[in-house]
Ligand binder design. Sequence first.
Ligand code: PEP
Length: 245
Amino acid sequence: MIVANWKMHGSRQAVSSWISKVSENLDFKDSKLCIFCPPSCYLEYAGKLLNEENSQIKLGSQIVNESEAKPLTGGITAAMLKDIGADYVLIGHSEQRSFIRDGDTGIAKKIKESIDDGVIPIFCVGEDLAKKNNNETESFISSQLEVLQILSESQLSSVIVAYEPIWAIGTGLNADRQYIEKIHGFIKQYLKDLCSIDIYVPVLYGGSVKLENCEEIISSDEVDGLLIGGASLDPEIFSNIFNLS
Ligand code: PEP
């Protein structure tokens, strides 16, 4: 599963050109998933183009709001996302946590509501550099994962987790494979302990993934996919990463 997170980039022209180039280039072997998350103002347009291309690329949103936040000027609910054909949504991205002060209570509600409305949450967790340097990564990530405790086991089986160390996002400094494996192993054990039944929650890695490091990162059995920001903007680079992963 490879996710393209365009953040606050793009235009109608860029969306259209990316979709046609990427649709042409991607090799969907082994039922690998590609999820495209453009800015929300281009979601419906991207969905229309993907339908016209009969593309296997899935549509994802970068944001969602809790429906109980109503009235909320500028808000978007999971039901609205489903209505325009988005099947996935990023929740808890560190930029949303810091910029709009997205907190654990709201994040928990958004995750639950998205699942109830048929939109799969990609729940982002990750530590900043100070926590990493203080050896607090695992305790911090545990505290972020706690929001999942409100889910039933069947709801939990609809969640995707993305481990994104904040110090690696957009910095060019990716976590090394050994570190990623350790933290992914920790996340998987936490999720296992949360459930009495055996469920599979994919754990993606995000943070300065590029053409040069994607193969090494994805080759780990602990890594179920990649969440890619900057390197997803160029259709050729993104397609190459997808096909190599
Ligand atoms: C992201 O946007 O979640 C991300 C990981 O960005 P980048 O790949 O640019 O570090």
